[in-house]
Design a protein. Structure first.
Lengths: 461, 461
């Protein structure tokens, strides 16, 4: 019985004949760039990669994968945080980054049709020029791709007002293992013909099929925006402000909380002068159709923060200030990493009202395991990025991570609010979901991929 | 081999022993009330019905259904428009209307947990008392149930601003044939652990499992509202106003268009004085946090209507006027029926920009088949209720309906924007979806229901 490496090389030969051998990558130095993503999951060199340039390339690879019994792992920019793009069982990596055409932008129908390799931030910039808006804003938006965003149902700060990727995917074209090409979903904003296959595929982590086109719902770009930076003496008062804002029905575009460690990190990362005595920050953005509307929102948001005990409320007066703040926010993950020799980051979410309990509980977990815990994130959605930092090379973080997941679940939350399960959280999925629910998902996978060749090894053990 | 009726009677005996025989219905006069819904699909008397009062009743029925090989059809208030609640192959009807407890309302987490038999409008009234808002508003909201809304992914006028049922279902508890109890989804607004089974179940028309609890995301009730009634000389100018409103990024709560025949019907139904020369109406509602915000929206909406050529813009000055308008709107479906001896209504949707083409195309279809076509609906979403009216008892509407579906699909739309496929549109699903897409859905059904006992005969032939 030939091993996966040998089978994949045979597939590569035939695939090269079909789609052009220049698209086949077998150079180990280049393959190394496909071996990991931005998670801590163990790297693995794929046997071969295909740099797909058109839909026919993808379908040919999927057809041959079935014939030759080779695993296929679709990959965008490799910015995932759960190991989803790592070829865990070897085989073929399907590099979709050159499938990067914007096929259509319709101002009238408020939709775009794009290939999966289009970079999210580049699409947003293009759309902004047309007065259009695609809201999802994962932290990696300058490099990550729409295909990866769809595969992981990406969120981001703006999800508080605008929701996550699922709310913006109207339809998908995809290939299944074996080479079948499916069109699911639609170009209309409403539609209930048959099961919602589109909704099932969003967030399926590349385990069901490989996308070749995505139809995205768009909004009009809200023309007016304001940014507030609100200082608090600690997380509890900041958390209270978040609860008050939510309870009042205020829906700012962004409602981000940063704890004391993060504030300090943000300051060092060059976010401008943040006075001493700041134990937590809220970064709030409001948007709307008119200056009057946004001014009114800002007044009400500031009032809730002040009632909750804010030290002060600063407004970013011009775009430069706003950009500097966001630039610092975007490098937070890396900046936090520099505070210690080791870092692991998790992305738990809890019901909105439990955010303060979560932050207090995380402090207890940190003390128990003698690590620094730095948290920031989408407080309005109860979704936090929890960074565990330590210097001792001999420290095993697993018991600490286990306590963090247990805490999130005890508060009726989830082990992953944004990043997905991938390889990184496979062992923890049964803590959240029953054996029957997991078994059902495996049966659904079989309905798409009976041979189990599509991104195997992900989501469950 | 015993037939379904005999098998169902045996099931009923055992089920009565388990859950209480007073919950078993076999009186043909009562069963007759389960034989149809609000569609034109052929009625069928079920063999037996269970009036479930708790989750255990549902699970017992599902367990015995598998043991005895009896089809199960879940049913709410029977207000569906596609035959989904009709026991097409006989067997057991699972009446969920007594599963009607509101288990929890959380103002802090902005969610409610309810049983599937809760009446949508009653839940909304209860929530309004708490300052909370569950947006979906199918026409039948005074009688339809949340379970049926979830099964069909119900929409309604407010979907233009607030989206459809899917956007509000965070989690589900359900039973599968065989009696397994599953909890899927979550209480958090974000979460990406595993496949989105919740999203797949919403809109699955009762063919995958029977819901026992639904966790709904809520909003704060927008405190200020205004209603506009805008008169136009014809549908084309009204359609232009809709396009202008959408293009400007204005998002009123409701943006409903009524054509000339419907305007006349609305007038007769007692909607108040509508002056002569009115060839089309837009019913627009705006909501928001403050009077100033809503006033601003109203000014901008009225300006777009006037630019498009509106005859005049009337404001409903007080709640009484508003209620009278909506009461008339809600009985439109019945009022239209009285205009002719026969009526069939369809619920197609097209991309927003194609609405005017659709309305013109429908006129051509009406002339070709010598029928009256009266259309109204959710113009902002491109989703119209198209009523075909005729008096000749010998007229076969099928060719006309076929032309209507062909028109919707030619405009890149869908055969059903709100009602679902059920029995009514099974024959037309292959016009919209490929054989491979339908085959995949059948495989997904098998993953939930390998024996094919859950609401059989629906969605596809």
């Amino acid at each position: 019985m030939p091993d996966t490496r040998e089978k994949t090389l045979r597939l590569a030969l035939e695939l090269g004949r079909r789609v052009g051998s220049h698209k086949i990558v077998d150079d180990p130095d280049i393959l190394a760039s496909y071996a990991k993503d931005e998670s801590d999951a163990e790297p693995r060199l794929p046997d071969v990669a295909l740099r797909a340039e058109c839909e026919a390339d993808v379908l040919a690879a999927l057809e041959l994968a079935e014939k030759t019994d080779v695993p296929v792992t679709p990959r965008g920019a490799g910015t995932g945080k759960s190991g989803g793009a790592i070829a865990a069982e070897g085989g073929l990596v399907l590099d979709c980054t050159r499938l990067n055409r914007v096929v259509e932008v319709s101002r009238e129908d408020l939709l775009a049709v794009v290939e999966p390799g289009v970079v999210t931030g580049q699409l947003q910039a293009l759309l902004a020029g047309e007065g259009l808006f695609y809201p999802p804003d994962p932290n990696s938006l300058e490099t990550c791709t729409i295909g990866g965003n769809v595969a992981h149902n990406a969120g981001g700060p703006r999800a508080f007002k605008y929701g996550v990727t699922r709310q913006y995917v109207l339809g998908l074209t995809l290939g299944l293992v074996g080479g079948a090409r499916l069109e699911v979903g639609r170009r209309t904003v409403k539609g209930v013909a048959g099961y919602d296959l589109t909704a099932l595929l969003v967030g399926s982590e590349g385990t069901l099929g490989a996308f070749t086109r995505v139809t995205l719902r768009l909004l009009r770009n809200p023309p007016v925006m304001a940014t507030l930076l609100v200082r608090f003496r600690d997380e509890v008062t900041a958390g209270t402000a978040v609860s008050r804002i939510v309870a009042q029905g205020l829906v700012p575009r962004v409602l981000e909380l940063m704890d004391g460690v993060v504030v300090d990190t943000l300051r060092r990362a060059g976010a401008g002068a943040i006075p001493d005595g700041t134990g937590a920050l809220l970064l709030i953005e409001a948007d709307g159709p008119t200056e009057a509307d946004v001014d009114d929102q800002v007044t009400r948001l500031a009032a809730e923060c002040e009632s909750a005990g804010a030290i002060d409320v600063l407004m970013a007066k011009h775009a430069g200030e706003r950009d500097r703040l966001w630039a610092a926010r975007r490098v937070l993950s890396d900046a936090i990493k520099e505070r210690a020799r080791h870092k692991v980051a998790e992305d738990i979410a809890v019901p909105r009202s439990r955010a303060a309990e979560l932050l207090m509980g995380l402090r207890v977990v940190g003390e128990r395991h003698k690590v620094v815990v730095a948290s920031y994130g989408h407080a309005g959605d109860g979704n936090f990025h929890v960074n565990v930092l330590w210097d001792d090379d001999g420290f095993d973080p697993k018991p600490c991570l286990g306590d963090i997941f247990r805490l999130a679940l005890a508060l009726k939350g989830t082990i992953t609010g944004e990043h997905g399960v991938g390889l990184a959280k496979r062992a923890y999925l049964p803590w959240e979901q029953s054996g029957e629910v997991i078994a059902l998902q495996k049966r659904l996978k079989v309905a798409f991929d009976p041979r189990g060749l599509m991104n195997p090894g992900k989501i469950w053990l």
